[in-house]
Design a protein around this ligand. Structure first.
Ligand code: HEC
Ligand code: HEC
Ligand code: HEC
Ligand code: HEC
Ligand code: HEC
Length: 317
């Protein structure tokens, strides 16, 4: 009897300890994350800067710390920081998945075994290999991208955007439509001579149109909800709205074939499905008043009056 509270305390202490240590144990499972989170930029920057300076001196180029400090600092820590704010961090897409290496090793040299420089043709992050690396998970995007002129160009001439040109490593963000004009214009402009030149404007317009579509789908769903409450049979409208939704969900992967005409056709076909849904539910939701019947005789009456007037005038002559 007297042991009971003591047992309880032991129990609490043990669970507390487990709860306290487990997240840490989990966090230390990946040495890439652990080390890159805490890498001290300065020592490494100095070290790497010296290497760069030696290389420069060998080639007779003078330089100062300012030239390379930003670049080297970025190499040491910013990749981790950018990654840690990304959806990839949230979903556990850790460094070694793209870079290889061994996250079970705590010593840098061992952990880095197998990691190649991004400039190495064999590296999974060499830019022409990037689509395949990302495509391991983003298979729909890759399948569409593989059909694009961008991809053909990338394979043939190496002068075209790869996945990470548009989704910067390591933030892996998706640009806003407003950001596209400048971004696509890096290549598609009369100055850079990559046709078609209207791509930046087109891209901004079409992605804006996608956002409008998203909004309209939302509105239609709300309207369907209220129509249902008012007793309307919304089954068919729901089907049309679902069709529109599934077309809309396929738009981001499909975008990657960079066939803007096809892309616009798909947006429009989703729009048509929504219109069909709206046609079914709209009258029930906002019961527009049936227009009053047109006063039957106004034109007829004025016709008679002018006829009589004419007859009267002729008579007077
Ligand atoms: C003990 C610390 C430590 C561990 C563990 C570690 N790194 Fe690094 N890593 C560094 C440092 C410091 C640099 C900066 C360059 C250098 O000193 O080699 C670096 C550089 C890199 C680079 C750039 C290499 C280059 O040549 O451009 C990549 C990529 C990289 N690490 C990925 C990883 C991955 C993936 C893992 C896990 C499998 C990992 N690192 C584990 C400390 C570490
Ligand atoms: C989803 C894939 C992916 C993940 C996850 C990823 N990287 Fe990278 N990383 C890349 C790509 C692609 C490049 C090549 C960038 C380029 O060409 O500029 C790269 C380049 C680098 C470089 C070289 C940077 C440079 O400018 O030379 C370092 C260092 C690096 N990554 C570290 C990391 C670390 C540390 C992590 C984990 C915290 C990580 N990466 C997670 C794809 C990834
Ligand atoms: C191990 C699987 C995996 C790999 C490899 C991978 N990703 Fe992802 N990526 C994900 C997951 C999971 C998400 C979260 C969204 C989801 O569930 O689809 C995501 C999300 C994204 C997003 C959307 C981010 C947002 O904020 O909406 C982009 C863009 C992206 N990844 C680009 C890339 C690129 C570029 C590469 C290659 C350098 C890559 N991914 C490699 C699994 C992966
Ligand atoms: C020329 C620029 C460009 C290239 C190259 C590119 N993307 Fe995208 N990506 C975009 C844009 C723009 C969007 C947003 C599309 C939309 O909202 O309809 C996007 C969206 C995405 C998304 C988010 C999809 C979602 O469901 O929201 C992922 C994941 C993605 N891209 C992965 C990739 C991968 C993997 C590659 C390479 C195989 C790649 N991207 C190549 C511009 C690009
Ligand atoms: C790094 C340079 C580069 C960037 C950035 C770039 N493109 Fe391209 N794009 C090309 C090249 C190269 C071609 C092929 C031109 C040709 O073969 O005539 C091309 C072709 C195209 C085509 C024509 C495809 C066809 O079937 O005719 C479209 C559409 C396109 N790009 C859209 C975009 C969009 C949208 C963006 C911005 C999200 C973008 N591009 C960003 C280089 C780029």
């Amino acid at each position: 009897m007297q042991m009971k509270p003591f047992n309880l305390i032991i129990f609490l202490v043990i669970t507390g300890a487990i709860l306290f240590f487990v997240p840490h144990a989990y966090a230390s499972e990946n040495s890439c994350i652990d080390c890159h989170r805490t890498v001290s930029p300065f020592q490494d920057i100095q070290k790497q800067f010296n290497q760069v300076r030696i290389q420069h001196l060998e080639k007779n180029v003078t330089c100062s710390l300012e030239c390379h400090e930003d670049r080297l600092r970025q190499l040491a820590t910013a990749n981790y920081q950018q990654w840690s704010n990304s959806l990839h961090a949230l979903k556990g897409v850790t460094c070694e998945i793209c870079h290889e290496g061994d996250p079970k090793q705590a010593v840098k040299e061992k952990a880095h075994l197998g990691i190649k420089k991004p400039t190495d043709l064999e590296s999974p992050v060499y830019y022409t290999n990037v689509p395949k690396t990302c495509g391991n998970c983003h298979s729909k995007e890759l399948a569409n991208f593989a059909n694009s002129k961008h991809y053909q160009r990338l394979e043939a001439l190496k002068l075209a955007p790869t996945c990470t040109t548009c989704h910067a490593p390591h933030t892996f963000m998706v640009l806003n439509p407003e950001e596209f004009r400048n971004f696509c214009g890096n290549c598609h402009s009369v100055y850079k001579k990559v046709a078609p030149y209207d791509v930046p404007v087109q891209a901004e317009y079409l992605l804006g149109k996608v956002n409008k579509l998203k909004f309209n789908i939302e509105i239609t769903r709300q309207d369907i909800f209220w129509a249902k409450k008012n007793g309307t049979d919304v089954a068919a409208a729901e089907r049309y709205a679902d069709d529109a939704l599934s077309i809309m969900q396929n738009l981001p992967p499909m975008w990657h074939e960079f066939n803007l005409t096809h892309f616009e056709d798909e947006i429009d076909s989703a729009g048509k499905e929504l219109k069909k849904a709206q046609d079914i539910i709209k009258p029930a939701v906002t019961p527009t008043r049936t227009p009053a019947p047109r006063t039957p005789g106004f034109i007829f009456l004025s016709g008679i009056v002018s006829l009589l007037a004419a007859v009267y005038l002729i008579r007077r002559k």
